[in-house]
Structure formats: structure tokens, C-alpha cells
Ligand binder design. Sequence first.
Ligand SMILES: Nc1ncnc2c1ncn2[C@@H]1O[C@H](COP(=O)(O)OP(=O)(O)OP(=O)(O)O)[C@@H](O)[C@H]1O
Ligand SMILES: [Mg+2]
Length: 232
Amino acid sequence: MNMLRMNSVTKIYSGKKVLENLSLKIVKGERIVILGPSGCGKTTVLRLAAGFIEANGGSVFINEKLVSKNNRILIPPEQRNLGMVFQDLALWPHLSVYGNIAFGLKAKGVGKQEREERIQKTLILVGMDAFAKRKPAELSGGQQQRVALARALVMEPGLLLMDEPLSSLDLELNIRLRKEILRLQEKLGFTLLYVTHAREEAFGIASRIIILNKGQVAFDGTVEEAEKYLKR
Ligand SMILES: Nc1ncnc2c1ncn2[C@@H]1O[C@H](COP(=O)(O)OP(=O)(O)OP(=O)(O)O)[C@@H](O)[C@H]1O
Ligand SMILES: [Mg+2]
């Protein structure tokens, strides 16, 4: 069962073709890392999967349901059952950790009691239950990262999109949170689509690697195969 399928997707920004007939498939439960140099279109792939931007051609399926076709968005982001964590975490600065995690649940109309239970459970999951009342500015980078992760996970997404989520952290914390993401993925079973330009990070996270180059899939295979491919 494919969680995400892109079929011959083309994206043009102000006359410049960024993705050209890009096709990829992500099976439920996989951990896919998209690797590639700056400007090769990684974030664009995530934006298209999320439904933040429309393509110029091709189709996108989530859970085998057509969510966009050519330049039309058929299913908006909030109805795609996906979570997102971006590099610039975009936490609400005026809301507490708790408030940040509650935001999406409220917007979705989840009742107070269920909300409180889910938030508490998620805070414990990411090890942030002692910090619920703090504001983002009162947290370290790694702690903010955990809040961003909790905010996505509390929605129980089938597909989690992460765009360079750890690249601002020092190596030790980067490695620790990587392990954390693997643990959470194993426990919760979401499908992961993770973007980075750091090879070692990609190898540590992925069950399969996709390398983008010039708007197309240059490589698609296992971590071992990717290591060989990159050594050529
Ligand atoms: N809104 C936009 N308008 C015009 N050009 C854009 C826009 N967004 C991205 N681009 C261009 O499209 C190309 C791909 O951008 P994208 O953000 O997908 O790259 P990326 O692989 O994520 O790069 P990085 O590793 O630096 O984050 C780049 O050349 C970028 O300048
Ligand atoms: Mg990017």
C-alpha cells in the first residue's frame, strides 16, 4: 500500500523548471530520506506532498487517493492526515509548549478531555512533560525541536514530513534526536519522508534513500546501495 505516490510531477517557479516529471512511491511504514544538494528541489517535493503549493503537471496520491492533479489541489493540507516539522520550527512564540501542541487539535475540533489526554501522552513520548508551561523562547534548540515533533505527532499523522529538522543542532544532539525519531517511528508506525543534505544523517534515519538531482530522481535504493552510489 502506497502512502504517497507522485506521478510525473513538474514544478516551475517563475519560468524555471525545478522538478521535471518526477515520480516516486513511498510504501506505508517506510522511512524515506530525500538527499540532494541545495536547490535541487527537496523542499518543493515536501510542499507538493503537503499541498502548500500546486504543481504545473502530474498527480499526487496520498493513501492512493488523488489529492492533486496538474495545477489543481483537490484535497487541502489539513485533510491529508499528515504532520510537518520544518527547519525553522515555526512554533507560536506567544503560546506555551502545551498551547503549541494543543493548537492543531483545537482547530480540528477535538474535545477538551481527549485533547488533554493526547497532549499529555505526547509530551511524555518526547520527554517534555516537565516543560508544558514554558514558552518556546525559554527552551533550548533541542527542546524546541521536541515540541515541534510533538505538535506534529499529536495529530497522529499517517505521514510525517520533516525538512532538515535537525540541521541547526550540534552533532551530539543531532544523533540523539535521530535515535528518538527512529524510536517514535517504530512505536507509532507512521510513514516518514525526511529531507536532508547531510549524508551521514540520511544513512542513520532511512530505510530507503532517494537522491534528487536537477529535479529528477537520480537514485532510489537502500542505504548500502546509496553509500556505494555516492562513492562512485
Ligand atoms: N517560491 C519560489 N519562487 C521562485 N523560486 C523558488 C521558490 N521556491 C524555491 N525556488 C527555487 O527552486 C529551487 C528548489 O528549491 P527547494 O527549496 O525545493 O530546494 P532544496 O533542495 O530544498 O534546497 P535546500 O537544501 O537549500 O533547502 C531553488 O533553485 C529555489 O531557488
Ligand atoms: Mg530545502
